[in-house]
Ligand binder design. Structure first.
Ligand code: DGY
Length: 309
């Protein structure tokens, strides 16, 4: 946990910490929970239905330091009467910033340029060197127009991008800010010169970006994913990046991370980050404090502000 968060945990609770910052296996998680009422975890720890069933009786609440909660079987938790809380809102800006970093990094070949300079391969400025994809004036399709999607749209408007989006329901005019709503995903894809995935990972969005959907994108499109890796069919995306169907991809999240598909590393037209969406000191503190606010509320007998169950 960030030092400020850990200080508050150890001040207010009799906490057993994980000083090596090791990701616990299911067995270790269950063993470590013995004698505890609360678990303060992050999205790397998996709470399957089986793990939830086998948690010690004493455990009454799981507070995850993440907005995403696909690592927790929320239905199984509800069935067991386990409270689960997450951290919405506080990471919106940081994640939207990293989305723009991925978008620009992919379009303007940021990582490739950095590698060239470091390797001493830069022989001098010339007119056709490392040309990328122009961003201003292009259409950005946002798949998932929740808080983060809207914050991405706000930033992209500053780059003169034209906003298009798909969401389960259309936003109010005030939230839409002139963005064009597409009720059908296929219609969004057809216009998305840039596509940013900002929807939650659910059974319905699993492998959302597959070969068939990639084929609907304009040739030379750029794909950005800062949501969850399992929403992309890696083989299909890699094939499209190899064939030139897509110009580039900016990815902060990966299916099975940190063990991403190794082919991503071989491609020059990928801009890859190790799940840094919410990784600022300010945001991680805010996420940790949000978890602690939920735990404090629970133990004071009050409703948890961010209860999922
Ligand atoms: C989140 O909050 O969901 C981040 O992606 C970290 O897991």
């Amino acid at each position: 946990m960030p030092p400020n968060v850990e200080a508050r945990v150890t001040r207010d609770y009799r906490a057993t910490t994980n000083p090596q910052d090791r990701i616990y296996s299911s067995e270790e998680l269950i063993a470590a929970a013995a004698g505890h009422e609360a678990i303060f975890c992050c999205s790397s720890e998996k709470f399957s239905a089986d793990v939830i069933k086998r948690l010690p009786e004493s455990v009454a609440i799981v507070a995850t330091l993440s907005v995403g909660f696909e690592h927790i079987d929320v239905d199984a938790a509800r069935e067991r009467g386990l409270v689960v809380t997450n951290t919405p809102e506080v990471l919106t800006d940081a994640t939207a910033d990293v989305t723009m970093l991925c978008l620009l990094g992919a379009a303007r070949r940021g990582a490739e340029g950095d590698r060239l300079v470091r390797a001493g391969g830069w022989v001098g400025w010339h007119t056709t060197m490392m040309l990328g994809t122009h961003v201003s004036g292009k259409r950005l399709g946002i798949y998932g127009m929740g808080r983060i999607g809207r914050a991405v749209a706000q930033r992209a408007r500053g780059f003169d991008m034209e906003i298009h989006y798909h969401n389960r329901s259309r936003l109010s005019a005030e939230l839409e800010h002139g963005g064009v709503y597409h009720a059908r995903v296929e219609d969004l894809l057809a216009v998305s010169e840039f596509l940013s995935i900002n929807a939650p990972s659910t059974a319905q969005t699993l492998k959302f970006l597959n070969a068939e959907r990639i084929a609907r994108l304009p040739d030379g499109a750029v794909v950005v994913n800062t949501a969850r890796g399992n929403m992309v069919d890696d083989e299909a995306l890699i094939a499209a990046l190899r064939s030139g169907k897509l110009a580039a991809a900016g990815l902060d999240v990966f299916d099975g991370e940190p063990n991403l598909n190794p082919q991503y590393r071989e491609l020059d037209n990928t801009f890859l980050l190790p799940h840094l969406g919410s990784a600022t000191v300010e945001t991680r503190d805010a996420m940790g404090f949000c978890c602690l606010d939920n735990l404090d509320a629970y133990f004071a007998g009050q409703a948890c502000p961010n209860a999922l169950t």
